[in-house]
Design a protein around this ligand. Structure first.
Ligand SMILES: [Zn+2]
Length: 126
């Protein structure tokens, strides 16, 4: 991948990283304030927000926090790869990851084919 492209994805990753850190801050705040400001996390799928009681809401928030922390890890790994020059290739098959996919999920480690295979095996269909 050429340097201009790498810069572009580095920017995307840093922006995403900032968004997630802010989101995590909001969640931590709403956890300590008893959900007065929980409207701020409405960008998550609504079926997850319909769980009802306080305890399941807390559970949901901690789930989101886990997901967000994992995402932060992936973003940091992607940033290391940009620095090392190995960014943009799939960790499994080593093919180049589709650029449209990287624009959408700049922290992805796998090409669309390997990701699909993984999702299927996680669901236990295979
Ligand atoms: Zn692959």
């Amino acid at each position: 991948m050429d340097k201009r492209k790498l810069k572009h994805y580095e920017k995307l990753l840093l922006k995403k990283r900032k968004d997630i850190v802010e989101e995590l801050d909001l969640i931590r705040k709403s956890l300590s304030e008893g959900f007065e400001s929980s409207g701020e996390i409405s960008s998550y799928p609504s079926h997850m927000a319909d769980l009802g009681t306080d305890s399941s809401e807390k559970e949901m928030l901690s789930m989101i926090m886990t997901t967000a922390s994992e995402m932060l890890n992936d973003i940091d790994e992607a940033l290391v790869k940009i620095a090392e020059g190995s960014y943009g290739s799939c960790e499994l098959c080593e093919n180049d990851i589709n650029l449209e996919r990287l624009d959408f999920i700049p922290y992805t480690k796998y090409c669309i084919k390997c990701k699909a295979k993984q999702d299927i095996s996680i669901r236990g269909i295979m």
